[in-house]
Write a new protein. Structure first.
Length: 528
């Protein structure tokens, strides 16, 4: 009997078109629990309930939303051992430090930050023109579909991660679509979410869960008239299919898709600290078996007297380190296919390049190289993302060719430049950095990109096709909340009919409001 879905506050049998099992990637074997691939009837029921919940949530005090998010964070911590164990079985990710001391605390931290943002209200950018009596704010957009990725079973989980926290904090109900790689983890989290919904007295359909749908029903779901917006993290092919459906219906969809995250190492940096950079690059590429959206999949170096010795250091580090377990057989197959595309386009394998024999989903750490000339001859194919423990080095003949290579790059989440600490690379940096800057959401100096801090200043986004819209971030509260909002304007509305945050009296003395062109935490001054 397949596990039930969560609709309107009830765990009910799914209207299943078929069923599936998660795979333990460390053994290659199916796990015992069976999960449903829902028929459209489940999506229809969830949408109807979510639309009703969205209307009810508009009148719910923000204190209850804050209570839900904080209670949910505490519940996850209380059940952390079971949740981490399940996530480990379903993804092969290490219990410690990755899940227990890294991802789970990040998850609960995001939920608490979202609660604080909801209670404060400044995230909504309340704006008041007291002379014309026109006021505006960002407010809930309606039911949000959250589709999480395979590589972060907790911090980006569809029923607990950053998109979920942002959507709820903005006042929206969420319909979560679990990733088939970790349905059990998502189920455990949803159980605690439902308890927190009851504790905070929120509408029963504030949090709903469907495990899987057909591709056609997924596209139909994000385009439904009742949906406010969708948050998606995953592959480019799946993301673009959802974007096509949502765009055709005029529905906002926020996509995080593929990214190579180029790292440029200039000659002075290579000359003075090649060993350190090689260590940092290998650490960044191979962390979590390279299954991070900010993994540096492309390294650009300029040919010179230290280049080949640097490549030898990299090759040694990739070859020496044990191959970690990939998330699923699908990831291993995709990695193999990507490497075939790269090598057929004149990339040469320096290390790895093949699966590790045995039932586990493991692939040898893989390092490739290609000349700048060959990259420029076929830049599209040589930007194929190899999701997993693989990366490619491009050898530019000089700074001008490095510039030409950078100009061919698609939009990325991140880009990093390593340069001489004494300023010897400044001319090259000043030539290349503006090109990188236009192609990335986050620019780094002398630092690998894999760490994504949960900071108000963080941008975890970037130009298309890294994301669907370069103006938004999926990490960083309060900015991430505004993806799931609509801008509301109130013209000559009576005080008692205004949202509290737009009334003359500031309901929260800590909330910042733009009053007559000046940010202030004070009340609106009396009008003459």
């Amino acid at each position: 009997m397949p596990r039930p879905v969560l609709i309107t506050g009830d765990w009910r049998p799914a209207r299943a078109a078929s069923t599936f099992h998660a795979i333990d990637p460390s053994t290659g074997s199916a796990l015992p629990d069976e999960y449903p691939v829902s028929h459209w009837d489940d999506a229809e029921a969830a949408l109807t309930a979510a639309a009703k919940a969205a209307a009810e949530l508009r009148d719910v005090p923000v204190e209850r939303i804050g209570k839900f998010l904080t209670a949910y964070a505490a519940a996850i911590e209380a059940r952390s051992t079971e949740i981490v164990d399940m996530a480990h079985r379903e993804t092969g990710l290490a219990k410690t430090p990755r899940l227990a001391t890294g991802e789970l605390p990040r998850t609960t931290n995001q939920l608490r930050q979202a609660a604080a943002a909801a209670l404060d209200g400044s995230w909504s950018l309340p704006t008041i023109d007291s002379k014309l009596n026109i006021r505006s704010r960002h407010a809930a957009i309606g039911p949000v579909i959250v589709i999480g990725p395979n590589n972060f079973p907790l911090a980006f989980n569809s029923v607990a991660g950053g998109d979920f926290a942002a959507a709820i904090a903005a006042g929206n109900p969420v319909i979560a679509k679990a990733h088939p790689s970790h349905p059990g983890t998502t189920r455990l989290l949803a159980e605690e979410a439902l308890r927190a919904v009851h504790e905070a007295a929120l509408p029963a359909a504030t949090v709903q869960l469907i495990y899987r749908t057909s591709r056609e029903d997924g596209a139909r779901l994000v385009a439904d008239v009742r949906v406010g917006a969708t948050g998606f993290t995953g592959s480019r092919s799946a993301g673009l299919a959802l974007k096509h459906a949502a765009d055709a219906a005029g529905k906002p969809v926020y996509l995080e898709m593929s990214s190579l995250n180029p790292v440029v190492v200039l000659s002075g940096a290579l000359q003075t600290r090649a060993d350190k950079i090689a260590d940092e690059f290998a650490d960044s590429c191979l962390a979590s078996a390279g299954q991070l959206c900010t993994k540096p999949g492309l390294l650009i170096v300029i040919a010179g007297p230290h280049t080949e010795s640097f490549l030898a250091k990299l090759r040694q580090r990739f070859a020496e380190r044990p191959a970690a377990t990939l998330l699923s057989p699908v990831v291993a197959q995709s990695l193999d296919a990507s490497l075939k595309t790269l090598t057929s386009s004149k990339a040469e394998i320096l290390a790895g390049g093949s699966a590790v024999p045995g039932p586990a989903c493991r692939f040898n750490n893989t390092l490739l190289r290609v000349s700048g000339v060959d990259f420029l001859a076929n830049p599209h194919a040589l930007q194929t993302e190899a999701f997993g423990n693989a990366s490619m080095v491009v050898i530019a003949s000089d700074t001008d060719q490095a510039r030409a290579i950078l100009e061919e790059l698609d939009g990325q989440l991140t880009g990093a430049i390593y340069s001489d600490a004494q300023g010897g690379d400044d001319d090259a940096y000043n030539l290349l950095a503006p090109i990188v800057r236009r192609r990335v959401g986050r620019l780094l100096n002398d630092k690998m990109p894999t760490g994504v801090a949960v900071s108000p200043a963080m941008n975890h986004g970037g130009p298309y096709p890294a994301t669907g819209h370069s103006g938004f971030t999926s990490v960083g509260i309060p900015a991430s909340l505004r993806r799931f909002s609509q801008l509301e304007c109130y013209d000559n509305i009576r005080q008692h009919r205004l949202p509290r945050i737009l009334q003359d009296r500031n309901p929260n003395p800590q909330a910042a409001r733009l009053i007559d062109g000046h940010w202030s935490q004070a009340d609106v001054p009396p009008r003459a």
